[in-house]
Design a protein around this ligand. Structure first.
Ligand code: PEP
Ligand code: MG
Length: 569
């Protein structure tokens, strides 16, 4: 099992098809120079033709992406079109053909490489990404010069594409029919390749360290694009488990009868919402029938860049998301940095125990500049829909009071300046045991709770959620964790507040009776799990599930809880 970053949800199973982007040497390694004006003219004509074809391909891709995900994402390809028509680039290539008498492929490669390496040398992620874009444009031209999409050749239908790095335009040539999954060694969840994979509905995991050393052509592989893991040559048990999961997911996606709200057999409504990380994921969430967003992890907007997004940029993103949900709830979590999520540009001091350190709301209270900018953007976006603000990693009542005071101060500033703002509900995540134990005190102070089982399990069981050596002890179904969830729900309801759950336990279809019986009002999960979760909820009777949960809470350990749940399905 190799861990990476979840980039596009879903499960893919198939044989590895390795793609090495460097295999074009033979094409450009042409020591023969062009002879005479006729050969030069012919080569220039070939170049023009390839430029024209590449431009048409890109225009098609831009149109497809615009239609399937949105204007912002289509911009990647528009930028590529601009590069193709850039006079510096074209003149450079033509000069190499005319003056240095090199063939078109070599000329393209040399000019593109010179530009790309000057960008790549700059200490700036943005420029490094641009270097990848330039190389991608060149590769597309080379493909066209060689007479076709050479790199995608030989791929058997249902392959798992494994590469050190993929370019967005190469990925855009894939389809769900030919590619079962994508895994790359480098790249982040917001990389262009990830965006394209999501648009095409191909499960993808990026940033898988050691992938290229381990994977061989033809290996059997499982891509879990929701959990961000890759299994190479899995055992038969694991394979069976994933085949089942995949079937459940696919069944759910096709079944539009679960597009509506989830309701138990005895009529209890449960909001089934989506966890998202950016505006591009909204489309998928809606496609899977999300009734809203239960967790918008905004820290992803702050990653892979050199400075935090400003108020205007954040405002536009939040506005786009709330507007897309047309009055349905969108819970936006304020920045949750710290623990395993770093932002190098914050220049934070080293911490021995970052998960117990300046994380989540603690960091925001220490860095009020960051916090207030985000709050301003959120207040403004709240005017465009049903936006709710949620604070992560809350431990004490004092923190909540301080955060609310800063909110109030921000609100007044905006009002004084005559800015149009909304009145968002304010809630907190319950993911620290102290907050669950003090839920009653906290419930008076906020409008809602959302239980983060990922951290609640980690902190309750004292098991690092990312440490594979103690992974066997990590289980959100541990009765100790369930007791805390139960207390939290009770406390919220006692004060007339609603309570959701947005940790990964909410994606476990088998846990549906448990989630329903705990009395949650909302469950938020990766979009692909929404249809099967709704289907499961619709089959459950709330009063029966409640009785079940009373029994589960008394069981000795997670194994017994899971055994009891598996008997039900
Ligand atoms: C959680 O802790 O359960 C949660 C939803 O937050 P995150 O996974 O982002 O820490
Ligand atoms: Mg958390």
């Amino acid at each position: 099992m190799l861990k990476g970053i979840a980039a596009a949800p879903g499960i893919g199973i198939g044989q590895v098809h390795l793609i090495e982007l460097k295999s074009r040497e033979e094409e450009t390694d042409n020591s023969q120079l062009l002879h005479g004006p006729e050969e030069i003219q012919a080569e220039l004509a070939r170049l023009e033709e390839a430029l024209g074809r590449a431009k048409r391909d890109l225009e098609e891709l831009a149109a497809k992406t615009r239609q399937e995900i949105g204007e912002a994402e289509a911009g990647i390809f528009n930028a590529h079109i601009l590069m193709l028509t850039d006079p510096t680039f074209i003149t450079g290539v033509k000069e190499k053909i005319q003056v240095e008498k090199k063939n078109a492929a070599r000329a393209v490669e040399e000019v593109a490489e010179a530009i790309a390496s000057s960008f790549a040398a700059l200490d700036d992620d943005l420029f490094r990404e641009r270097a990848a874009d330039i190389r991608d444009v060149a590769a597309r031209l080379l493909d066209n010069l060689a007479g076709g999409a050479r790199r995608a050749r030989e791929m058997k239908a249902g392959s798992i594409v494994v590469a050190r790095e993929l370019t967005p335009s190469l990925a855009a040539n894939f389809s769900r029919n030919t590619v079962a999954g994508i895994a790359t060694e480098i790249g982040g969840p917001t990389s262009h390749t990830a965006i394209v994979a999501r648009a095409l509905g191909i499960p993808a995991v990026v940033g898988v360290q050691g992938l290229m050393d381990r994977a061989r052509d033809g290996d059997l592989a499982i891509i879990d694009g929701s959990a961000g893991v890759v299994y190479l040559n899995p055992g038969s048990e694991q394979l069976e488990e994933y085949k089942k999961k995949k079937a459940v997911l696919e069944e759910g996606r096709r079944d539009s009868k679960y597009a509506g709200p989830a309701r138990t057999r005895d009529g209890r409504h449960i909001e089934v919402a989506a966890n998202i990380r950016n505006a591009a994921e909204v489309k998928i969430a809606l496609e899977y029938g999300a009734g809203g967003v239960g967790l918008f992890r905004t820290e992803f907007l702050f990653m892979n860049r050199d400075e935090p997004p400003g108020e205007e940029e954040q405002f536009l993103t939040y506005k786009e998301v709330v507007a897309a949900f047309q009055g349905r709830p969108v819970v936006v979590r304020t920045l949750d940095i710290g623990g395993d999520k770093h932002l190098p540009y914050l220049n934070m001091d080293h911490e021995e125990n970052p998960f117990l350190g300046l994380r989540g709301l603690r960091l925001c209270l220490a860095r009020q500049d960051l916090f207030k900018t985000q709050l301003r953007a959120l207040f403004r976006a709240a005017g465009y829909g049903n936006l709710k603000i949620m604070f992560p990693m809350v431990t004490t009542l004092e923190e909540v009071k301080l955060a609310r005071a800063i909110m109030e101060e921000t609100r007044q500033e905006l009002e004084r300046a005559g800015v149009n703002i909304g009145r968002p509900e304010t809630g907190i995540m319950i993911e620290v045991p102290a907050a669950a134990l003090a839920a009653e005190v906290l419930a008076r102070e906020v409008d809602f709770f959302s239980i983060g089982t990922n951290d609640l399990a980690q902190y309750t069981l004292a098991v690092d959620r990312g440490n594979e050596r103690v992974a066997g002890m990590y289980d959100a179904c541990h009765p100790a964790v369930l007791q805390l969830i139960d207390m939290t729900v009770e406390a919220a309801h006692r004060y007339g507040k609603w309570v959701g759950l947005c940790g990964e336990l909410g994606s476990e279809i088998q846990a549906a009776p448990l989630l329903v019986g705990l009395g949650l009002d909302e469950i938020s999960m990766s979009p692909v799990f929404i249809p099967p979760m709704k289907e499961a909820i619709n089959k459950i009777a709330y009063h029966e599930a409640r009785e079940l949960v009373r029994r589960l809470l008394k069981l000795p350990g997670p194994a017994e809880v899971r055994a009891a749940l598996s008997k039900l399905v």
